[in-house]
Design a protein around this ligand. Structure first.
Ligand code: HMG
Ligand code: MG
Length: 296
């Protein structure tokens, strides 16, 4: 049977905007973030503390954290000690670290092998946990890699195991290039629930092949009740060729509500939030529910 509620972790301000060709002004990001929060999206990846040479769109991370102090949890993405320190100095109480199951992808994304990344992150995570920081581990290329192809489920589970052993609060398991199918989603998330019953697990689907909604439903059937999603379907990883946006928050919320799975998100307010950011991004936003809203 389906859960009565599901939690959406909004990643639009981070995954959504990191890949934008145009520079989005800090004030426009903040208006978007505040409108998303007003729509009921209480958990959100606000920004990322990464090298501005690699990802210029996230260069204003400090200002974003400074201006969102009233939000409940301040969750920011970061790959290394420098970013974790900067996030903590800014006052963020939650961090999301990220690593790819695939070496080739991890090297393109953060210039380290997967093993080098985990070796570096291990003491940093234990330190963050001692300081009471909420830690989420984002596991990229959990199904497919743009360079290596199919990933063994066991490799994904083994990588997750390390982070669980180091005390992270949550895993976010990602189909980075939107290639997984619902059967694979059901199988991997069922086995993750079985291996890690004690920990929060979120599903992070990109919609490159329009399978993200079906994959989310399959994960829901596998017992997952946390989903990363991006308002307007914005997003993609700049270092994963072919990656497009995440599953659209509005489409996921609509589907869940139609099935009686509550999310606490107000769709009308969410449409308003999307219409605030749409003029500032390169592409017009074409998700199912948002297009219906625009054509009303
Ligand atoms: P590097 O060049 O190997 O390392 O980059 P470096 O230590 O030589 O740093 C390069 C420069 O960046 C230096 O500046 C550092 O000080 C600076 P310089 O001395 O040349 O002036 N630097 C930083 N600045 C700000 N904040 C930092 C930071 N770290 C170093 N934290 C590095 C290595 C990891 C820094 C780089 O590869 C990087 O920033 N990568 C980020 C890539 C990224 O953001 N990708 C997208 C997010 S992941 C994703 O989208 C997937 C996900 O959604 C799940 C999924 O869908 O799969 C999460
Ligand atoms: Mg992503």
């Amino acid at each position: 049977s389906l859960p009565k509620t599901a939690t959406i972790i909004e990643v639009g301000p981070r995954d959504g905007l990191q890949n934008e060709a145009k520079t989005v002004k800090t004030e426009d990001k903040l208006a978007f973030i505040h409108a998303l929060q007003a729509a009921g999206l209480a958990e959100m990846e606000l920004t990322s503390f990464v090298s501005p040479k690699w990802v210029p769109q996230m260069a204003d991370a400090r200002e974003i954290v400074d201006a969102t102090k009233k939000m409940g949890r301040q969750l920011v993405l970061t790959p290394n000690e420098r970013g974790i320190n900067a996030a903590s100095q800014a006052g963020a109480d939650s961090i999301a670290v990220f690593v790819g199951v695939s070496n080739s992808f991890n090297q393109k994304n953060i210039n380290k092998t997967t093993a080098q990344s985990t070796e570096t992150l291990h003491p940093l995570i234990e330190k963050a946990k001692r300081e009471g920081i909420y830690v989420r581990a984002c596991i990229s290329t959990a199904f497919y890699c743009p360079f290596e192809g199919a990933i063994e489920a066991q490799d994904t589970i083994d990588l997750c195991r390390q982070f669980v052993d180091w005390g992270v609060d949550e895993l976010s398991v990602a189909d980075t290039i939107g290639m997984a199918n619902p059967q694979e989603s059901y199988e991997l998330f069922s086995s993750l629930k079985k291996h890690f019953p004690e920990i929060l697990i979120a599903a992070h689907f990109h919609d490159t092949r329009r399978m993200a909604l079906a994959n989310s439903y399959a994960a829901l059937l596998a017992g997952i009740d946390r989903f990363d999603a991006s308002a307007g379907g914005l997003g993609g990883c700049p270092f994963a060729p072919g990656a497009t946006g995440n599953v659209a928050t509005e489409d996921l919320v609509h589907m869940f509500h139609r099935m009686g799975v509550e999310t606490g998100v107000d769709l009308e307010k969410l449409f308003k939030a999307i219409s605030l950011i749409e003029p500032h991004v390169s592409n017009s936003l074409q998700t199912g529910m948002y297009t219906l809203y625009k054509n009303r």
